[in-house]
Design a protein around this ligand. Sequence first.
Ligand code: 2YG
Length: 296
Amino acid sequence: MTRLTTDDIQDIRFGLNAYDRYLVSATGRSLLGIGAAAAGLGDVHRFRDAASSIRMAVVPIGSGLGVISGFAETVCGILVHMGFDALVTRYSDVSGIAEAIDVGAQVILAADDDRFVAFCPRQGKTVDNSRATATGFVAGLDLMAGGLDGKRVLVLGCGPVGRWVVEALLMRKAIVTVVDRLAKKAEGLAGWTRAVFQTTIHVGFELGQALSTHHLIVDATNAAGVIHARHVSTDTRVAAPGMPCGITSKAREKLAGRILHDPLQIGVAAMACQAVHIIREQPVPLRPAVHDGKSV
Ligand code: 2YG
């Protein structure tokens, strides 16, 4: 699990409109649209009204290696940009969770060193960032490629995100090949998909050969410099949820407009939309929000 740094995320909040314009040019959809596609939500415009009525709270968590300066604020900025009623709690940790409940948050987002989770306490459900990130980037690749049904897709990296990427691709009837520098992890993932989906995926053992025979690629590794310019053709499209980005700068120049990569945005968008899906599937009467014991 890659731990983000303040440097990775500090400019995100200020670049969201420009990023939306890029996403619309690359996929035809904005961050909200990609998040909604990842959550299987329908028409974004109808959904946008619902978004503003759902209060979300981001709680800084000081456990382990502690708070990442700007992390909670950046997550909140992404949610506000998408039209949600979002805030960062004044307090962190347990006090922050209590504050979130007191202000009537229906979704609470928090991350420690091991997991980043959106909690829907009233529905008793959670949304995990690794799985949401995978569904968000696969939804984006699907939009870039004009559909994935029957198409060959190469997945680099068989960690938590790579596993959920494979699940999302199989649900879109893609033909999947996985490569991992540890062959055992790739074979283990193939065994899992056979057992869980009764579907065979292909295991690639030679990275260069796999890259030169695929135009649709998901980089779910936490390694830099995996995809080089020589691997990129005019048909190549890459979705890269992995951090740091596995695509070299020359390859990114060649891919111009046919690449999705960000440290947090698409994953948070997918988390928020999946939380909305949970709430709309299982609406619970709103109880009056209270704060410091008084109704607000
Ligand atoms: O609340 C805080 O500020 C910290 N406890 C946040 C710690 C987050 C650690 N995890 C990561 O940096 C990433 N796994 C977050 C998700 C990246 C999405 N690709």
